[in-house]
Every structure is written in C-alpha cells, then in structure tokens.
Design a protein around this ligand. Structure first.
Ligand code: CP
Length: 332
C-alpha cells in the first residue's frame, strides 16, 4: 500500500490547485499572498466583508465541529452565506455519532447528500488530514483546528490583519506570548510569518509552555517578557489551554498574569505603534489585562471581522473559484 501523502502535498489537486486547506506548512509565499489578496478583495473600504457574491451558488458546505467554537464556526458560516453557498451545521451531540456511527460512516452519508466541502474542527491532531484522505475526490476539506497541530485559517486571518496595519512583513518583529506548547494557532502563525518573510518571530513564555523543538521552526525563544517584547511591532497573546494540560504546568493564574500577562506597562516595552492581537477566546486577567484588550492598540475584534473575508477567500479558492497555484511543483 502507498504511504499516505503528507498534508502539504495532499492539499493540491493534480493541476496544482489548492483542493484542501489543511496546513500552512509547505505552502509557498506566493500562495499565501494570493489568499491574502483575494481576502482583501472581499473587504470594502471600511474593512467589512462584502455582503453577497454568487461565487459558490449551488455548492453545499457542511460544518462539522467536534470541539466548541464561537468565532471560527460563525465566520465560516457567514463566509459561506456571503458566497451564496448552502451551509449546514451538524450538531455532533444529536447526530448518530452518539449511537456509535463511525466518523467515516458519517462522512460517507454526508457525501451521499452531495456535499461539496467539509469544514472540520476536531480535538485530535491530524483529524482533518485523515478525513481528506478518505473523502470522495470532489470534496474539499478545510481544517478549522485539529488538536495542537494546526489552525490555518486563523493564522491567515491574523496575517491579513497584520498586513492591513503593517504591509511590509520583511520589516516586522513579532512576539507570540503564552501557551505555545498547546497552541495550534501559534504553530500555524509561525509557519505563516516565516513563509511571508517576517524579520523576526519570537515566542515568549515559561519553560513549561515553550517546547524547545519550536526553535526548529525558525523562532527565538524568550522566557522574560521585558526582553521578548523589547522593540516588537506585533504582540500576539495566547490563551492558557487548561483543557489540553495533563499536569500542573503553572504555579497559579495570578502568578502567570504577573509574569506573562500583557498589561499597559509591559506593552510599553514594544514599539509605540505596536498592535496587540489574540485569536480568542480571551481570558481577561489571565493572559491579558482588560485595559489592553479594549485599548487603542488592540486589533482583536478586527481579527474576527477579517475572519469572514479570509474564509471567503479560502473557500472560493478550494472550490475552484480562485487562481492557480504558482507552480505544480508543490504537488509533485
Ligand atoms: N480563535 C478561535 O478558534 O476561536 P473559536 O474557538 O471560538 O472558534
């Protein structure tokens, strides 16, 4: 039997078109830029996504969320509606999964209803890739977050938000702060930032939450906020993912906030025009002070708004309404 294709290859069809969107790892800068440019074209002059386009009329998109979500689920749904697709949300709790139906049987039954795309969130790393291996060839799979592995549309909406404030990635120093160990968002952001040519990507956090292996992705590790935030253009805060922590990795939330919580005093160490980001959900007083989350440098709610246009771009590209991949090499 042939070994399964890695996700970086699996996501292209034989013509070099993006067919699934599973990970940013392995994508070329030109592909990421095309996604960002297309997303920008879906934003109006006020930065709001265009209300209705006929690009995916007649297509059926199914949201399968095995983990809870507010932002990702809702913005995928809004993006599908704004592209004129039919969109369904499967309620996993009331589906026949609760009667013992396997994931693959569920998917094959949804395929029989002539769906065109599955948007998957799952607690298991690799779940979206597994599903992409097993669905019918005409179906596209989008990873809406799998375990600790990847959250590629979140990272791309973050890149869109950064680019709209600071267009030259080559001049940017970016700090990602907090629970990198459990963060699929951080992993995808690091791949996106390094591919787009960011001048420096730093990760900051306690030793228990920063795996040494992250250095292999081309980032600099800091354990001290004052050193790590010094002179950065972008500060990305991460939530402590208690639900993924097996043991006691932290002394207390109060102690964590004292050392790593983003306050106005700590933010003053970054460049004066630095932007503050967070993928959400935010935990006020744990990783970020309310005065910063709601303050003038915060673009946290802009990230959410940009999520609609970015997801419109990815969905229209994978369903064949976007530009060709720059080279077929990525698929060879
Ligand atoms: N950022 C993010 O993935 O948020 P949700 O879990 O609410 O979708």
């Amino acid at each position: 039997m042939m070994p399964p294709l890695p996700p970086s290859k699996l996501q292209f069809d034989p013509d070099g078109r993006l067919h699934h969107f599973l990970t940013i790892e392995g994508l070329k800068r030109q592909t990421l830029t095309e996604i960002l440019d297309l997303a920008d074209s879906f934003l109006d002059s006020e930065g709001k996504s265009i209300k209705k386009l006929p690009l995916l009329r007649g297509k059926t998109i199914v949201n399968l969320f095995f983990e809870s979500s507010t932002r990702t689920l809702t913005t995928f749904e809004l993006a599908a509606l704004r592209l004129s697709a039919d969109v369904l949300k499967i309620n996993i709790e009331t589906s026949s999964a609760s009667k013992g139906e396997s994931l693959l049987d569920m998917l094959h039954n949804l395929e029989a209803m002539q769906c065109d795309m599955f948007v998957i969130r799952h607690a298991q790393s690799g779940a979206a890739q597994f599903i992409a291996h097993h669905v019918a060839p005409h179906i596209s799979v989008i990873n809406a977050g799998d375990g600790r592995h990847a959250h590629p549309t979140q990272a791309m909406l973050d890149m869109l938000t950064i680019r709209r404030h600071k267009p030259n990635f080559g001049a940017l120093k970016v700090a990602i702060v907090g629970d990198v160990l459990h963060s699929r968002v951080a992993r995808s952001q690091i791949h996106a930032l390094t591919t787009l040519g960011a001048a420096e990507v730093r990760v900051i956090g306690p030793k228990t939450l920063i795996p040494n292996s992250v250095q292999q992705l081309g980032v600099h590790i800091f354990h001290d906020m004052a050193e790590g935030l010094n002179g950065v253009d972008v500060v990305i805060m991460l939530r402590l993912q208690r639900e993924r922590m097996a043991g006691a990795l932290l002394p207390s939330e109060k102690e964590y906030f004292k050392l790593y919580g983003l306050t106005d005093e700590k933010l003053a160490l970054a460049k004066p025009n630095a932007i503050v980001m967070h993928p959400g959900p935010i935990n006020r007083g744990v990783e970020i002070a309310s005065s910063v989350a709601d303050g003038p440098q915060s673009v946290i709610l802009e990230q959410v708004t940009n999520g609609i246009a970015l997801r419109m771009a990815v969905m229209s590209m994978v369903l064949g309404r976007g530009p060709l991949n720059p080279t077929v090499e990525e698929n060879s």
